[in-house]
Design a protein around this ligand. Structure first.
Ligand code: PGA
Length: 245
Protein backbone atom coordinates (compact mmCIF):
# COMPACT_ATOMS: atom_id res chain seq x y z
CA UNK A 1 0.00 0.00 0.00
CA UNK A 2 1.41 3.41 -0.95
CA UNK A 3 0.45 6.53 0.95
CA UNK A 4 0.61 9.75 -1.07
CA UNK A 5 0.44 13.02 0.86
CA UNK A 6 -0.64 16.11 -1.06
CA UNK A 7 -0.83 19.82 -0.19
CA UNK A 8 -4.64 19.88 -0.31
CA UNK A 9 -7.79 17.87 -0.91
CA UNK A 10 -8.01 19.54 -4.31
CA UNK A 11 -4.53 18.21 -5.15
CA UNK A 12 -5.55 14.74 -3.89
CA UNK A 13 -8.52 14.73 -6.24
CA UNK A 14 -6.37 15.90 -9.15
CA UNK A 15 -3.92 13.05 -8.46
CA UNK A 16 -6.75 10.49 -8.36
CA UNK A 17 -8.30 11.85 -11.57
CA UNK A 18 -4.89 11.61 -13.26
CA UNK A 19 -4.59 7.94 -12.27
CA UNK A 20 -8.02 7.20 -13.73
CA UNK A 21 -7.26 9.17 -16.90
CA UNK A 22 -3.98 7.23 -17.32
CA UNK A 23 -5.87 3.94 -17.09
CA UNK A 24 -8.22 5.11 -19.87
CA UNK A 25 -5.33 6.33 -22.01
CA UNK A 26 -3.53 2.99 -21.56
CA UNK A 27 -6.69 1.08 -22.52
CA UNK A 28 -9.58 3.01 -24.09
CA UNK A 29 -11.91 0.13 -23.11
CA UNK A 30 -10.70 0.17 -19.51
CA UNK A 31 -13.08 -0.96 -16.81
CA UNK A 32 -13.35 1.42 -13.86
CA UNK A 33 -14.69 0.66 -10.40
CA UNK A 34 -16.49 3.79 -9.22
CA UNK A 35 -17.63 5.23 -5.91
CA UNK A 36 -20.19 7.76 -4.70
CA UNK A 37 -20.28 10.11 -1.69
CA UNK A 38 -18.93 13.65 -1.39
CA UNK A 39 -15.25 12.74 -1.60
CA UNK A 40 -15.14 11.79 -5.31
CA UNK A 41 -17.12 14.81 -6.57
CA UNK A 42 -14.04 16.93 -7.49
CA UNK A 43 -12.49 13.83 -9.09
CA UNK A 44 -15.50 13.49 -11.38
CA UNK A 45 -15.43 17.25 -12.11
CA UNK A 46 -11.80 16.94 -13.17
CA UNK A 47 -12.55 13.93 -15.39
CA UNK A 48 -15.36 15.91 -17.03
CA UNK A 49 -12.93 18.82 -17.57
CA UNK A 50 -10.39 16.43 -19.12
CA UNK A 51 -13.12 15.12 -21.41
CA UNK A 52 -14.37 18.54 -22.55
CA UNK A 53 -11.02 20.35 -22.72
CA UNK A 54 -8.54 17.59 -23.48
CA UNK A 55 -10.64 15.01 -25.30
CA UNK A 56 -10.40 12.23 -22.70
CA UNK A 57 -12.47 9.60 -24.45
CA UNK A 58 -14.99 7.53 -22.51
CA UNK A 59 -16.70 6.02 -25.56
CA UNK A 60 -15.47 2.50 -24.82
CA UNK A 61 -15.00 2.79 -21.05
CA UNK A 62 -16.91 0.34 -18.85
CA UNK A 63 -17.80 1.00 -15.23
CA UNK A 64 -19.10 -0.87 -12.22
CA UNK A 65 -20.15 0.89 -9.02
CA UNK A 66 -19.51 -0.30 -5.50
CA UNK A 67 -22.98 -0.11 -4.06
CA UNK A 68 -26.58 1.12 -4.04
CA UNK A 69 -29.08 1.89 -1.31
CA UNK A 70 -31.97 -0.55 -0.93
CA UNK A 71 -35.52 0.69 -1.28
CA UNK A 72 -34.93 3.71 -3.51
CA UNK A 73 -35.00 3.47 -7.28
CA UNK A 74 -32.81 5.03 -9.96
CA UNK A 75 -35.06 8.10 -10.23
CA UNK A 76 -34.53 9.02 -6.55
CA UNK A 77 -32.08 11.94 -6.28
CA UNK A 78 -30.15 10.15 -3.51
CA UNK A 79 -29.82 6.89 -5.41
CA UNK A 80 -26.30 6.13 -6.56
CA UNK A 81 -27.45 5.54 -10.13
CA UNK A 82 -28.87 9.09 -10.13
CA UNK A 83 -25.66 10.40 -8.54
CA UNK A 84 -23.47 8.79 -11.19
CA UNK A 85 -25.60 10.08 -14.06
CA UNK A 86 -25.71 13.60 -12.62
CA UNK A 87 -22.08 13.86 -11.55
CA UNK A 88 -20.27 12.01 -14.33
CA UNK A 89 -22.07 9.96 -16.94
CA UNK A 90 -24.31 12.74 -18.32
CA UNK A 91 -21.25 14.94 -18.92
CA UNK A 92 -18.88 12.60 -20.76
CA UNK A 93 -19.22 10.48 -23.90
CA UNK A 94 -19.74 7.23 -22.04
CA UNK A 95 -22.30 4.75 -23.35
CA UNK A 96 -24.68 4.26 -20.41
CA UNK A 97 -25.12 0.65 -21.53
CA UNK A 98 -21.50 0.17 -20.42
CA UNK A 99 -22.17 1.51 -16.92
CA UNK A 100 -23.41 -0.64 -14.09
CA UNK A 101 -24.78 0.47 -10.74
CA UNK A 102 -26.44 -2.32 -8.76
CA UNK A 103 -30.16 -2.05 -8.18
CA UNK A 104 -31.53 -1.65 -4.67
CA UNK A 105 -35.07 -2.60 -5.70
CA UNK A 106 -36.79 -5.96 -6.17
CA UNK A 107 -34.93 -9.16 -5.39
CA UNK A 108 -31.93 -7.91 -3.42
CA UNK A 109 -30.09 -11.23 -3.24
CA UNK A 110 -30.36 -11.54 -6.99
CA UNK A 111 -29.12 -7.95 -7.38
CA UNK A 112 -26.08 -8.74 -5.22
CA UNK A 113 -25.34 -11.82 -7.33
CA UNK A 114 -25.62 -9.70 -10.48
CA UNK A 115 -23.19 -7.13 -9.03
CA UNK A 116 -20.71 -9.90 -8.19
CA UNK A 117 -20.89 -11.16 -11.78
CA UNK A 118 -20.41 -7.61 -13.15
CA UNK A 119 -17.26 -7.08 -11.07
CA UNK A 120 -15.58 -10.04 -12.72
CA UNK A 121 -17.20 -10.01 -16.20
CA UNK A 122 -14.60 -9.24 -18.88
CA UNK A 123 -11.88 -8.78 -16.23
CA UNK A 124 -11.80 -6.87 -12.95
CA UNK A 125 -11.48 -3.05 -12.83
CA UNK A 126 -8.17 -1.51 -13.90
CA UNK A 127 -8.75 1.04 -11.13
CA UNK A 128 -11.16 0.88 -8.22
CA UNK A 129 -11.87 4.30 -6.75
CA UNK A 130 -12.76 4.37 -3.05
CA UNK A 131 -13.83 6.81 -0.39
CA UNK A 132 -13.74 5.77 3.24
CA UNK A 133 -16.42 5.99 5.91
CA UNK A 134 -15.70 7.61 9.26
CA UNK A 135 -15.84 4.03 10.63
CA UNK A 136 -13.42 2.78 7.96
CA UNK A 137 -16.05 1.23 5.70
CA UNK A 138 -15.22 0.81 2.02
CA UNK A 139 -18.19 0.39 -0.27
CA UNK A 140 -20.80 -0.41 2.37
CA UNK A 141 -18.65 -3.07 4.05
CA UNK A 142 -19.33 -1.91 7.56
CA UNK A 143 -16.97 -2.10 10.50
CA UNK A 144 -17.71 -5.10 12.70
CA UNK A 145 -16.38 -8.41 13.89
CA UNK A 146 -16.32 -9.86 10.38
CA UNK A 147 -16.46 -8.87 6.74
CA UNK A 148 -18.25 -10.46 3.78
CA UNK A 149 -16.25 -11.54 0.75
CA UNK A 150 -18.92 -11.61 -1.97
CA UNK A 151 -21.32 -8.86 -3.03
CA UNK A 152 -24.21 -8.92 -0.59
CA UNK A 153 -26.97 -7.01 1.18
CA UNK A 154 -25.42 -5.10 4.09
CA UNK A 155 -27.37 -3.59 7.00
CA UNK A 156 -26.06 -0.04 7.52
CA UNK A 157 -24.72 0.78 10.98
CA UNK A 158 -25.75 3.81 13.05
CA UNK A 159 -22.62 5.85 12.23
CA UNK A 160 -23.21 5.44 8.50
CA UNK A 161 -26.90 6.34 8.77
CA UNK A 162 -25.93 9.42 10.80
CA UNK A 163 -23.12 10.35 8.36
CA UNK A 164 -25.46 10.07 5.38
CA UNK A 165 -28.46 11.78 6.97
CA UNK A 166 -27.14 15.09 5.58
CA UNK A 167 -28.21 13.99 2.11
CA UNK A 168 -31.82 13.27 3.11
CA UNK A 169 -34.63 15.47 4.40
CA UNK A 170 -35.01 13.43 7.57
CA UNK A 171 -32.77 10.86 9.26
CA UNK A 172 -35.64 8.35 9.00
CA UNK A 173 -35.45 8.66 5.21
CA UNK A 174 -31.94 7.18 5.08
CA UNK A 175 -32.14 3.61 3.77
CA UNK A 176 -31.07 1.01 6.34
CA UNK A 177 -29.61 -1.50 3.89
CA UNK A 178 -27.47 -1.42 0.78
CA UNK A 179 -26.34 -3.81 -1.92
CA UNK A 180 -22.55 -3.66 -1.76
CA UNK A 181 -19.56 -5.15 -3.46
CA UNK A 182 -17.77 -7.36 -0.93
CA UNK A 183 -14.12 -7.29 0.06
CA UNK A 184 -13.26 -9.92 -2.54
CA UNK A 185 -14.52 -7.79 -5.44
CA UNK A 186 -12.83 -4.66 -4.12
CA UNK A 187 -9.50 -6.42 -3.62
CA UNK A 188 -9.76 -8.06 -7.05
CA UNK A 189 -9.22 -4.71 -8.81
CA UNK A 190 -5.88 -4.37 -10.58
CA UNK A 191 -5.24 -1.13 -8.71
CA UNK A 192 -7.05 0.74 -5.97
CA UNK A 193 -7.06 4.45 -5.20
CA UNK A 194 -8.63 5.68 -1.98
CA UNK A 195 -9.02 9.41 -1.32
CA UNK A 196 -9.81 10.84 2.11
CA UNK A 197 -9.97 14.27 3.69
CA UNK A 198 -11.35 15.94 6.80
CA UNK A 199 -11.43 15.54 10.54
CA UNK A 200 -14.13 12.84 10.45
CA UNK A 201 -11.71 10.49 8.65
CA UNK A 202 -8.77 10.82 11.09
CA UNK A 203 -9.39 7.62 13.06
CA UNK A 204 -10.11 5.52 9.97
CA UNK A 205 -6.92 6.77 8.29
CA UNK A 206 -4.89 6.29 11.46
CA UNK A 207 -5.80 2.60 11.27
CA UNK A 208 -4.44 2.49 7.74
CA UNK A 209 -1.14 4.21 8.40
CA UNK A 210 -0.29 3.25 11.99
CA UNK A 211 0.84 -0.36 11.49
CA UNK A 212 0.89 -3.35 9.19
CA UNK A 213 -2.23 -5.07 10.56
CA UNK A 214 -5.75 -5.63 9.24
CA UNK A 215 -8.84 -5.13 11.39
CA UNK A 216 -12.46 -5.98 10.43
CA UNK A 217 -13.34 -3.06 12.76
CA UNK A 218 -11.67 -0.88 10.12
CA UNK A 219 -12.45 -2.55 6.78
CA UNK A 220 -10.17 -0.20 4.80
CA UNK A 221 -7.17 -1.80 6.54
CA UNK A 222 -7.70 -4.83 4.26
CA UNK A 223 -6.28 -2.66 1.46
CA UNK A 224 -2.91 -3.39 3.08
CA UNK A 225 -3.22 -6.86 1.51
CA UNK A 226 -3.47 -5.42 -2.02
CA UNK A 227 -0.30 -5.23 -4.14
CA UNK A 228 -1.26 -1.96 -5.82
CA UNK A 229 -3.33 0.21 -3.50
CA UNK A 230 -2.71 3.95 -3.15
CA UNK A 231 -4.10 6.05 -0.31
CA UNK A 232 -4.17 9.77 -1.14
CA UNK A 233 -4.52 12.15 1.80
CA UNK A 234 -3.74 15.83 2.31
CA UNK A 235 -1.07 17.15 4.69
CA UNK A 236 -3.63 18.16 7.28
CA UNK A 237 -5.17 14.68 7.50
CA UNK A 238 -1.71 13.05 7.40
CA UNK A 239 -0.66 15.17 10.37
CA UNK A 240 -3.80 14.49 12.38
CA UNK A 241 -3.60 10.74 11.68
CA UNK A 242 0.03 10.67 12.82
CA UNK A 243 1.40 9.60 9.44
CA UNK A 244 5.13 9.91 8.97
CA UNK A 245 6.55 9.10 5.54
P1 PGA B 1 -18.04 10.63 1.88
O1 PGA B 1 -18.37 9.10 2.11
O2 PGA B 1 -17.14 10.68 0.68
O3 PGA B 1 -19.36 11.27 1.61
O4 PGA B 1 -17.35 11.11 3.11
C1 PGA B 1 -17.36 8.16 2.03
C2 PGA B 1 -17.88 6.79 2.30
O5 PGA B 1 -18.81 6.63 3.10
O6 PGA B 1 -17.33 5.83 1.71
Amino acid sequence: MNVVVTKSYEASCKAAADMIAKAIQANPAAKLGLATGSTPLPIYKELIRMHTQEGLDFSQVRTVNLDEYCGIDASHPQSYRYFMNENLFNHVNIDKKNTYVPSGMGNLEQNAAELEAKVFEGGTPAVQLLGIGSNGHVGFNEAGSRLTAQSHVEPLVETTINDNARFFEKREDVPTQAVSMGMKGILAAQSIVLVATGASKVEAIRGLVQDDCVYPQNPATFLKLHPNATIIIDEELAKQAGYKA
